[in-house]
Write a protein that binds this ligand. Structure first.
Ligand SMILES: NC(=O)c1ccc[n+]([C@@H]2O[C@H](COP(=O)([O-])OP(=O)(O)OC[C@H]3O[C@@H](n4cnc5c(N)ncnc54)[C@H](OP(=O)(O)O)[C@@H]3O)[C@@H](O)[C@H]2O)c1
Length: 241
């Protein structure tokens, strides 16, 4: 399952896990189609990869807007693998978080990725794969909508895996808290405190490097006999908390 000359779509390839996974795929000879919401940031990432000699194209896409999802898949040709980073984060339980905040977290995680999957099936090549992003380590009483969204992604990939077999495989990666640009609006002291909290709880004694999480997407793209699975990348956190 070499990635050489395969086309890899990365929804959310302009930052964090998606950007790191895209770089690893490019190093293995894949052609990249990257999306991001912020056109400036996306343009900078595409320009840098292009200068470095990788085959890369960029498209602005906000998966919260269904019409941009269908327009994106109408524009691109057949692809081999897709990985999606669509989704964000939220804090708060089912009673103390704002109703709209909970609803938006589920929309951005489950329904955005479901729309991506439903449009992507028209373009995916035989033997291809889709890998979505769940999450791990949070708890329903303090991250209500995010947990619902993450659990829904795991159920979604189980259903899609059977519905799409044997044409293509569908899986998910579930990272736990990792220092990425997702936390860009959080004060640096809070980021450091959160990092220290997780490092003190995770059995491996530290938080993940972005590249370690990216490696899980590369594995799922390249292992042709895994489908319907969610790989947790958490240093053992869910075993002890
Ligand atoms: N970092 C963590 O601690 C952590 C833990 C568990 C799960 N996750 C999940 O991992 C995924 C990636 O997070 P990250 O930490 O790599 O964040 P990041 O550095 O902010 O990167 C997210 C990428 O996805 C794009 N994106 C975000 N929402 C999108 C949407 N609605 N439609 C299309 N593209 C969208 C972003 O584009 P713009 O930058 O242009 O907005 C960016 O390219 C998310 O689904 C997040 O929930 C992260």
């Amino acid at each position: 399952m070499s990635l050489r000359d395969k086309t890899v779509v990365v929804v959310g390839g302009s930052s964090g896990f998606g950007k790191a996974a895209a770089l690893k795929a490019a190093e293995l000879g894949a052609r990249l189609i990257l999306t991001g919401r912020d056109p400036v940031k996306l343009g900078q990432v595409v320009a840098t990869m292009d200068t470095d000699g990788y085959q890369v194209a960029g498209h602005v896409l906000d998966a919260a807007n269904v019409s941009t999802i269908s327009a994106f898949f109408d524009k691109i040709d057949r692809f081999d693998h897709l990985i999606s980073m669509a989704g964000g984060f939220m804090g708060g339980g089912f009673l103390d978080a704002d109703y709209e905040t909970i609803r938006r977290a589920v929309d951005e995680k489950l329904f955005a990725n479901l729309q991506i999957a439903r449009h992507a099936v028209k373009r995916i090549a035989d033997g291809g794969s889709m890998t979505f992003t769940s999450g791990s380590g949070g708890r329903p009483h303090s991250a209500s909508g995010a947990i619902i969204g993450n659990e829904a992604i795991s159920s979604m990939v189980q259903g899609l895996a059977v519905e799409l077999a044997p044409k293509a495989r569908v899986n998910a990666v579930a990272p736990t808290w990792t220092e990425t640009p997702l936390w860009r609006d959080m004060p640096a002291t809070n980021v450091q405190a959160t990092r220290a909290h997780f490092a003190g709880t995770i059995p491996l004694g530290r938080t993940a490097e972005i590249e370690e999480v990216a490696q899980a997407y590369l594995f799922l793209m390249q292992c042709g006999f895994i489908t319907g699975q969610t790989i947790t990348v958490d240093g053992g956190l869910t075993l002890v908390s």
